[in-house]
Design a protein around this ligand. Structure first.
Ligand SMILES: Cc1cc2nc3c(=O)[nH]c(=O)nc-3n(C[C@H](O)[C@H](O)[C@H](O)COP(=O)(O)OP(=O)(O)OC[C@H]3O[C@@H](n4cnc5c(N)ncnc54)[C@H](O)[C@@H]3O)c2cc1C
Length: 357
């Protein structure tokens, strides 16, 4: 098979990239190890920054978001006995939207299906070849066990933190910064209306807690725990009691309403930044190049920001032979990543980032 861009990974980065490339007349094939159903049902991020909403609006993908998403002016920061509202709109003129990654994925898949996008699901043994030449290609084994080869002009590595794209770059070329934190978040989804109109970030002597939400009827809550916590050992009552204490149930008449817990998991906290985000004809985007812990709700937003830079850069390179934006892609994308990573990665990286900026 031949196409212009092989997109490895059908997460938000890969799906959005295929959409933006098509708008610029660039053909792509999206390769994915998981099934279509698995990709559509995956529950992850839930908070969209205004820049992400702007990108989705710019390509006509904000219809359901504006109907069903919840626009928030800001967040609450609290510690025992005190809660303060931080109004982003007053402070910086921008709001945030609660709209699940599952919904973003559904909108993107629907748009790509309607446009006849080529997807190849349930592949294995994905491998990238000849990245530093003019004729790169990807090989994989399809769902029927047949070996396949896809020849392309460029490869977009949108395959998350464990995919093969980043690993295909020679180790002598790349640099990484990584920090693993000594705590984790115990996250639950509950079928209960949120007990708050906007997110509550709470400091407590027992540990941090966050009251977030996915919709008007589904709440998402987190407790800071030790990374070795087994979520199965906590009863539902224990979880709700810890949340009530840390979030200040009863404080100034505020109440936390418990409900049936439908999902629970412990999320390790890790920061990871890889540079460069481009090697030859391979371009990395999203979690393939950087991971930030869920504390700042940044991952999905950074993935969208990468793709908003990458799509026009690839289109200019492929349609007009203009390599300028492709050549500067890594530096421009990392500048935004670094601004966020600066807060969370180690001192060496912070110093290096300051020099770059
Ligand atoms: C529990 C949780 C909560 C989060 N909350 C937030 C939040 O509130 N806000 C926020 O902005 N971010 C959040 N994030 C982060 C966000 O979900 C990720 O940053 C986002 O999914 C990145 O998108 P991506 O497309 O780069 O990578 P992914 O979504 O990881 O997609 C990569 C795709 O590549 C596929 N793939 C992997 N290997 C191969 C291969 N060999 N061949 C082909 N395909 C392959 C994978 O199956 C996957 O479909 C959260 C993450 C988690 C886990």
């Amino acid at each position: 098979m031949r196409t212009q861009v092989a997109i490895i990974g059908a997460g938000p980065a890969g799906l959005l990239l295929s959409h933006l490339l098509a708008a610029d007349g660039v053909e792509s094939v999206v390769l994915e190890t998981r099934s279509r159903e698995y990709v559509a049902a995956r529950i992850r991020a839930g908070l969209l920054e205004s820049s992400t909403v702007d990108v989705l609006a710019g390509c006509g993908l904000d219809g359901r978001l504006r109907e069903q998403g919840l626009e928030h002016r800001g967040i609450y920061l609290q510690w025992p006995e005190e809660r303060h509202h931080l109004d982003f709109v007053d402070l910086v003129g921008r709001s945030v939207w609660v709209y699940g990654q599952t919904e973003v994925t559904r909108d993107l898949v629907a748009a790509r299906d309607a446009a006849g996008q080529q997807f190849v699901y349930e592949i294995s043994d994905t491998a990238l070849h000849d990245l530093d030449g003019d004729c790169p290609y990807v090989t994989y084994v399809d769902i029927d066990g047949r070996e396949q080869r896809l020849d392309v002009d460029a490869i977009a590595g949108c395959d998350g933190s464990f995919g093969p794209s980043r690993k295909a770059i020679p180790s002598s070329v790349g640099r990484t910064w990584e920090r693993t934190y000594p705590f984790a978040w115990f996250g639950i989804l509950a079928d209960v209306a949120p007990s708050t109109d906007e997110l509550i970030y709470a400091w407590h002597a027992e540990g941090f807690a966050l009251h977030s939400m996915r919709s008007e009827s589904v709440s998402r809550l987190y407790l800071q725990v030790s990374p070795d916590t087994d979520p199965a050992t906590w009863s539902d009552d224990q979880i709700w009691e810890a949340l009530a204490r840390r979030l200040g149930h009863g404080q100034n008449g505020w109440e936390l309403h418990p409900g049936p817990i439908t999902d629970r998991s412990v999320l390790p906290m890790r920061s990871y930044v890889y540079e460069p985000m481009r090697y030859g004809q391979l371009f990395l985007a999203g979690d393939a190049a950087h991971i930030v812990p869920p504390t700042g709700a940044k991952g999905l937003n950074l993935a969208v920001a990468d793709v908003a830079l990458l799509a026009p850069a690839l289109a200019a390179m492929i349609n007009k032979g203009d390599r300028g934006a492709a050549d500067s892609y890594s530096d421009r994308a990392l500048r935004r990543v670094a601004l966020h990573a600066l807060l969370v990665v180690d001192d060496d990286h912070a110093a290096h980032t300051r020099r770059r900026l």
